[in-house]
Design a binder for this molecule. Structure first.
Ligand code: PHE
Length: 345
């Protein structure tokens, strides 16, 4: 049998043009390349041909097989690309929606913002300072004497070997936010009213009420005629806003090197309401912040003229207040990031 390759080629071209999906393409493949397809027939019939015809026919059959294979591959590629495009633009509106959970601010951040908001309403400006401080700002300028126990390596993290020649330049992780007072006063002249929130560090062993890092908010108000009654007024308004109108509080004389006079503020225990329990150590009161009138030595250290200004300062521990406000019994909860805790606020 001899084959008319020209005609077959024309038919193949025509057929391939008409193929519009993968199923038709598969039938086409079987028809030509299948085990009982045309090409197989051609090879089978080669044996009945004469010696002269055989090579030419064989060659033509090979060419035809290659052409068809290429056609099929190309068509397949086109179909796959079309399929991909179709998949992409297809939206299945019946698939259930995905819920994206929205995070929220950590309870400490929330409390810091709430407290700063209250002070801003009272006219204070919020400023932040660096966590790495000089020994001068953290201690010396605050009238903390050379031999004060808080300067000890057990109470403050030193970043460099203590150099006794230029002590004031030694770097520490600030052990309170009070060096923020110094930075503000070195830069600005009164009248000024600022609150300085931030992290502070002390090398304490970690337990339910101690952490080597915690947060404080420092307050400073300096003008020509600031009185202790201003301090009481500001703190009273602040605490009542934070804990509610009925809050009972008291001012207890205390000592800080950088304020004179100094006081600590107590609030009635949230648990026993002042009767005395294990949380307040039977006293009925919980210490909540330190405060006082800025010491003249501090004004001197920042270069303010002698006797011209008076000021009030206070410092409060954010974790402690947050624990009291929400009845949290362990400071470690704030930093463990257990989602069962974090999600409650
Ligand atoms: N810096 C003090 C502390 O960390 C708190 C304080 C600030 C007291 C300002 C008085 C005035 O304990």
């Amino acid at each position: 049998m001899s084959w008319n390759f020209e005609e077959i080629n024309i038919t193949v071209q025509k057929e391939i043009q008409e193929i519009s999906d993968e199923i038709q393409l598969e039938s086409f493949r079987i028809k030509y390349l299948g085990r009982k397809g045309l090409i197989a027939d051609m090879y089978a019939s080669l044996s009945s041909l004469s010696k002269e015809e055989k090579p030419l026919m064989g060659k033509n059959a090979n060419i035809l097989r290659n052409t068809i294979t290429t056609f099929i591959e190309e068509k397949k590629k086109v179909f796959r690309a079309e399929q991909k495009k179709a998949n992409r633009s297809f939206i299945d509106v019946t698939i259930p929606g995905m819920e994206h959970s929205v995070g929220h601010k950590h309870i400490l951040t929330q409390t810091i913002e709430e407290m700063c908001d209250i002070f801003e309403k009272l006219g204070f400006v919020v400023q932040e300072g660096p966590e790495v401080e000089t020994e001068f700002n953290n201690f010396t300028a605050l009238n903390i004497p050379e031999d004060h126990p808080s300067r000890d390596g057990f109470d403050t993290f030193y970043l460099e070997q203590k150099d006794s020649n230029q002590k004031d330049q030694n770097l520490v992780l600030r052990s309170h936010t009070s060096p923020g007072q110094i930075r503000i006063m070195k830069e600005y002249k009164p009248p000024l009213a600022v609150v300085i929130p931030g992290k502070v560090y002390r090398p304490d062993a970690v337990d339910a009420s101690h952490s080597f890092m915690f947060h404080q908010i420092e307050g400073l108000f300096v003008d020509t005629d600031v009185k202790f009654s201003d301090l009481k007024g500001i703190i009273t308004v602040f605490l009542k806003k934070l804990f509610g109108r009925d809050l009972e509080m008291r001012y207890r004389p205390h000592f800080f090197p950088f304020t004179e006079p100094s006081a600590e503020v107590d609030i009635a225990c949230y648990l026993c309401k002042g009767k005395g329990c294990s949380v307040c150590g039977r006293s009925g009161w919980l210490e909540i912040m330190g405060c006082g009138m800025v010491h003249p030595k501090v004004f001197e250290a920042v270069g303010y003229p002698k006797g011209k200004y008076s000021g009030l300062a206070f410092g409060l521990g954010v974790e402690r207040i947050t624990m009291l406000k929400y009845g949290i019994h362990d400071i470690r909860m704030f930093f463990e990031n257990d989602m069962r805790f974090v999600r409650q606020f």
